[in-house]
Design a protein around this ligand. Structure first.
Ligand code: PLP
Length: 422
């Protein structure tokens, strides 16, 4: 099997390495569960986006919900990226990473007044507004603050991204964006409201998309709207085409980022919109295959129907299998010369939904470390403290140096804010 994450992730002899670091040695040094990311892999994933956009006015806004560790944000900031945020917490994080707010766009279907105030004061580049009701509230907050809010409406193009229902966002039935047939009226409203400056249009149709066609359908629908909106005398300076490009977890074959962007640019040029400033919001495709989750095998439990490999990482560390029934490859950090056995790889949490992989063929013994692959996106950023489990530590590998970029959470930290009754 070709490892997702190759060439940065590879066996040298019998031992799995990420860049210059042996993963088993990192588990010895930092403990498990442990997220390990490769900076080189992140930058290599960004490169085709950047290459495809050379010579075009553009801003690649990393969707930090995918992985919001400060050192990861710093990596993308130094590489010239902007950021897509969805909460006041993400705003605080991105500012803490030293990013200037004028490189930040604020998405999300439920922004609070307080979050709007903070983002206005920080001076974000754009609010991606998702409803007419939100327009009214943002206008009121901006007037109160004596500021102009730069806005773009997220339109819902009603196209099927062909992805898991939980991560499909561009259908009429989804909660996201302004309906296509309401969009022109909503833009007229936005242009008339005080405190708002209309600057762009935005769409994002889903995540883990493995085809170009839905993007082209969405682009066509968005360009129809751009033409209709500009015919009303409302100028749109940028087009934000969202994120959503998929990665290979097992056998998926998504287009490369430069292939996708090339196809979008061809369509934009053909329709006479090639001069526009372009924004993208990739998350998963920049970090997903740059990271692994390391876990130690605690027990092997042979069963009548199934064998279980019980490990020290659980659904609270990595939600994707439990939440989306996602399949992520699991391999040994050190290969054994033994016949493999089929196991369900499960964690210690008290839920039958707590599994990391089903029916995996592994040659493993207690104490061996396993690596869950493609865990750089929506891994740590979705982790919880369920079962009062401290969240994992995180390491960023730069060449052959391993930097601890987040300490393992200790139990006392988990109830620090709680109070006993008098
Ligand atoms: N932009 C918005 C508005 C999103 O909701 C998301 C995630 O769902 C993204 C960008 C990033 O998507 P992905 O990680 O699939 O690239």
């Amino acid at each position: 099997m070709k490892l997702p994450g190759a060439p940065f992730l590879a066996y040298r002899g019998e031992s799995l390495h990420l860049d210059g670091c042996e993963l088993d040695a990192l588990a010895d040094r930092f403990g498990t569960p442990l997220y390990v990311y490769s900076q080189a892999a992140m930058l290599a994933a960004l490169a085709p986006y950047q290459r495809a956009l050379v010579g075009r006015k553009h801003l690649i806004c990393y969707a930090m919900k995918a992985n919001s560790n400060l050192a990861v944000l710093q990596t993308f900031a130094r590489a010239g990226c902007g950021f897509d945020i969805v909460s006041g917490g993400e705003l605080a994080r991105v500012l803490a990473a030293g990013v200037s707010a004028d490189r930040v766009v604020f998405s999300g279907v439920g922004k609070t007044r307080e979050e709007m105030r903070l983002a206005l004061r920080a001076g974000v580049k754009c609010f991606n507004v998702e409803s007419e009701a939100e327009l009214e509230v943002l206008s009121a907050v901006a007037v109160q603050e004596g500021r102009q809010a730069p806005v773009s409406l997220r339109v819902n193009p009603d196209v099927d991204a062909g992805t898991h229902p939980y991560i499909s966002t561009g259908l009429k039935a989804n909660k996201f964006g302004v309906a296509h047939d309401r969009a022109v009226a909503a833009y007229r409203r936005a242009a008339a409201l005080p405190g708002l400056s209309v600057i762009g249009i935005d769409c994002h149709i889903g995540s883990q998309i493995t085809e170009i066609a839905p993007y082209l359908d969405a682009l066509d629908r968005v360009l129809d709207l751009v033409e209709a909106i500009e015919a009303q005398g409302i100028a749109l300076h940028h087009l934000d085409l969202g994120g959503g490009l998929g990665i290979t977890y097992t056998d998926e074959t998504p287009p490369a980022a430069d292939e996708l962007i090339g196809a979008l640019l061809t369509r934009l040029d053909a329709r006479g919109h090639g001069h526009r400033m372009l924004m993208f919001e990739p998350g998963r495709s920049l970090v997903g295959n740059a990271g692994v989750l390391l876990t130690e095998t605690l027990y092997l439990k042979p069963g009548q129907e199934k064998n279980f490999c019980i490990v020290d990482a659980a659904m609270n560390d990595l939600m994707r299998p439990a939440m989306y029934e996602a399949t992520m490859a699991i391999v040994a950090c050190r290969r054994r010369d033994e016949a493999p056995v089929t196991y369900d790889v499960v964690g210690p949490v008290c839920e039958s939904g707590d599994w990391l992989g089903r029916a995996r063929s592994l040659a493993v013994q207690p104490g061996d470390r396993l690596a869950v692959l493609s865990a750089g996106a929506y891994g740590m950023s979705m982790a919880s403290n369920y079962n009062t489990r401290g969240r994992a530590a995180e390491v960023l590998v730069v060449g052959d140096e391993a930097h601890l970029v987040r300490e393992r959470e200790q139990p006392a930290e988990l109830f620090r804010g709680e109070r006993l009754l008098p």
